[in-house]
Ligand binder design. Structure first.
Ligand SMILES: [Zn+2]
Length: 184
């Protein structure tokens, strides 16, 4: 979502433009087509807000699920707004492999993951949002959270903790990155 003046050139992959009272525009730019836009009244996201949910509720959301924990983290019906990069980074910090079944994680594993999800999201917000190279924030500035990535996009490069090469696998169609040594 980009907010800009009406005179600015319309970028490629702009799928919708909403005019604001101020005369500026909100533009929905989605080159990778993962986004959805709908017009609704009284919208409520179906998932829990990851920065507000407490550890107990977080544990309950994931306990007993047979899907890989990575897929569960990306499931917007469980948690809202945890994207692919944030999920990989949170799992790395928690020492959990993305393919682990959620049901195989202990209460303690999930409590640790709750902490790292919050930590990663808070860092991303403080740094201006995460980024792939074609992503810009609302002012058109490139996000720079990517400089802090510890595993995402680092396949083949040494783990920052143990120097083992970072692995990349595809889980439910999304690329996932992890350290085979640090994450169990
Ligand atoms: Zn490692």
């Amino acid at each position: 979502m980009v907010v800009c003046g009406p005179d600015e050139a319309v970028e490629k992959h702009t799928h919708a433009i909403a005019k604001l009272k101020s005369g500026r525009e909100v533009r929905f730019v989605d080159p990778r087509r993962f986004g959805r836009l709908s017009v609704t009244h009284g919208f409520r996201a179906p998932g829990s807000e990851p920065l507000r949910i407490d550890a107990g509720r977080f544990v309950d959301l994931f306990r007993g699920r047979k899907t890989p924990i990575k897929s569960a983290l990306l499931n917007q019906k469980l948690l809202s707004g945890v994207g692919n990069i944030y999920a990989d980074e949170s799992l790395f910090r928690a020492g959990i492999r993305p393919r682990r079944r959620a049901a195989s994680l202990t209460r303690e594993n999930l409590r640790r993951l709750h902490g790292t999800v919050k930590e990663v999201l808070e860092e991303a917000i403080a740094l201006g949002g995460s980024s792939v190279s074609d992503y810009v924030d609302a002012d058109g500035e490139e996000g720079f959270f990517q400089l802090q990535h510890r595993v995402y996009g680092r396949q083949g490069e040494p783990c920052l903790v143990c120097k083992t090469p970072v692995k990349r696998v595809v889980i439910a169609g999304r690329s996932s990155h992890y350290c085979p040594q640090c994450q169990k």
